[in-house]
Design a protein around this ligand. Structure first.
Ligand SMILES: C[S@@+](CC[C@H](N)C(=O)[O-])C[C@H]1O[C@@H](n2cnc3c(N)ncnc32)[C@H](O)[C@@H]1O
Length: 287
């Protein structure tokens, strides 16, 4: 359907049935919940996809993206529909817990030659894993030479590529403490007001594409997992399915952090005990 928009241009509009079909696909592919109230947002984010594919209606887009031939378009659709907003050192109270409470044990394990692994699940453009790396390496530089890695994963391949590049604008780096800016960033030659994370930080962060709803291929358990501001886009059932899965890949002495408006569901509170605002330790069942 084409209508005349207020600025006089012709815009494509999504009908209810098409919205329902796109919303169902976003839920089955990525767990994203798109209520009818988000219809305008969905349309504006998908309009460039129609343009790129040369399609004249959302209806034909929906037919294509739900067909076998539309498999690769599904990834692009999810990429367009996810919200990737992130900041360096977001929710600073988690960094206090990480450095003041978790780091002494992490360091002791690394000194004993044990693997130490942190997982930033839903890492977006990299600010979260790079903030962790800066905070930890600053407090314990010796970890750079030990078996210490941060896995940073996201469903969106475009965003993990951006994260891997590690380049940020002057505005984006404002959340990084000045001492860390001097120590861990370098200005990008020929690009005004663009800064890049130094190799010593990049070296300890591994970016991977991973859908939290799919199989998790990792073999090692994690000392710390952060899944912040990700499950807020999922429904209660999808969230409930994730808590036991996170618990199963967290070491018994691990740490688990969620975003400010997220909570472990009541049904999984036998698995996690809260130790602060959206911070948890796993409960280990006694034999
Ligand atoms: C708002 S960002 C949060 C970034 C970072 N954790 C933070 O708190 O600043 C949410 C991220 O979750 C990712 N995401 C959404 N659904 C996902 C899924 N099913 N599996 C993995 N990542 C997903 C999005 O691509 C997006 O980059």
């Amino acid at each position: 359907m084409n209508i005349q928009t207020p600025n006089g241009s012709t815009g494509t509009v999504m009908d209810d049935a098409t919205f329902t079909s796109i919303a169902a696909l976003a839920k089955s592919e990525a767990g994203l919940i798109l209520s009818k109230a988000k219809s305008t947002m969905v349309q504006s984010r998908l309009r460039p996809r129609l343009k790129e594919l040369g399609l004249s209606s959302f209806n034909s887009y929906s037919d294509y993206v739900t067909s076998n031939a539309g498999m690769s378009e599904r990834i692009k659709m999810i990429s367009a529909l996810t919200t990737n907003v992130s900041h360096f050192f977001r929710e600073p109270h988690h960094f206090e817990i990480l450095i003041d409470q978790a780091l002494p044990d992490i360091l002791a394990k690394a000194r004993r030659g044990e693997k130490v692994r942190i997982w930033s699940a839903g890492c977006s453009s990299g600010q979260e894993p790079y903030s962790i790396a800066m905070a930890i390496l600053d407090a314990a530089p010796e970890l750079a030479t030990q078996d210490f890695l941060i896995l940073a994963s996201d469903i969106d391949p475009k965003i993990t590529e951006k994260a891997r590049l590690g380049q940020y604008s002057l505005q984006q780096i404002k959340g990084i403490p000045a001492t860390f800016q001097d120590k861990y960033l370098t200005s990008v030659e020929g690009q005004k007001d663009t800064y890049e994370v130094k190799d010593e930080i990049k070296k300890i962060v591994r970016f991977r594409e991973l859908n939290l709803l799919a199989e998790w291929p990792m073999q090692n358990k994690f000392d710390v997992i952060l899944c912040r501001n990700v499950v807020i886009y999922f429904d209660a059932e999808t969230q409930s399915d994730l808590w036991p899965r996170f618990h199963s890949v967290l070491k018994p002495d691990g740490w688990f952090f969620l975003g400010h408006s997220e909570r472990v569901s009541e049904t999984s509170m036998d698995k996690f005990s809260p130790i602060g605002l959206t911070a948890y330790r796993p409960i280990v069942a006694s034999k």
